[in-house]
Design a protein around this ligand. Sequence first.
Ligand SMILES: [Fe+2]
Ligand SMILES: [Fe+2]
Length: 313
Amino acid sequence: MIKKLGYLTEATISILAEDSIAFDTPFMGRFGLSVLLELKAETCEKHILYDTNSAAAPILHNLKIMGKSLDMVTAIFLSHCHYDHTDGLTGILEAIDQPIPVIAHPEIFRPCFEINPDGIRHIGIVGQSREDLEQKGAIFTLTPNPLNLMAGVTTSGEIERVTSFEVLEDLYTIVDGKVIQDHERDDSAIILNFEEGLVIVTGCCHAGIVNTMIHAKKITGVDKIHAVVGGLHFMDASEEKIEKSVKALDEVDWVFAGHCTGFDGLRRLSNALGDRFDPIHTGSMIHFPVEDPSNPVTTIPTIVRDLHRSYRE
Ligand SMILES: [Fe+2]
Ligand SMILES: [Fe+2]
């Protein structure tokens, strides 16, 4: 357990790039996820970039429209190795242009692939070597354990798998020359602590949201979950996993899901949680703790949307 995690007083979670775009907005969507965490505690303030989508270009494009920048980002966190969360890293390091810690699990660079009837498809970090990334400024900070990033903020570290229904996917890796099942041990989350409870930010959530919630409570000693934000990987999941996960999420005040949650998963969450659920899109901004329940997710103002209409470019 983490001693004295402390509290955040305020946070804005901005979806910089995700599979979809918010309605009637000039954002650029792209498969994957990248999130800006703007975090405030009583004595300090920090910005963390969570994942880098499958390309840097949409992140940089969308930041401009949102009136945000990477200037105050002091660390990059990679939730797991999959390309839709890591392929943008080179471009982001080039944009930041100074050394920066990149926090991830020690197995982040392992081979990770699917074996399909028509060939092998690598979905981990390929085309970006650790050395190249380090030359561009990445200071890899690789640990399987929770890492306290500031008052009220920790990474989850490796998430313990305790449920029977959140099973491994058909993915492979190579250890000592042998092709074996990939255990996706690198899948991790960032956990924020408010007086209202924990906010858990997930990437793809391959560990499963129920395992992730149990783990977050265990390492923080906090039993209340205020919100879950991110991908939940209900896409192609078993009926049992979706049903039990949606039921477990009923204890959470707010759920903001997208990316690999999939249409059916989003529909099920909406039916079960009603107004306590909102889908996330590229350009969504969520302010924590949630103070305006009638409008928890905002996007850019109309006047800014119009500034970016293509006839002006
Ligand atoms: Fe993934
Ligand atoms: Fe993903």
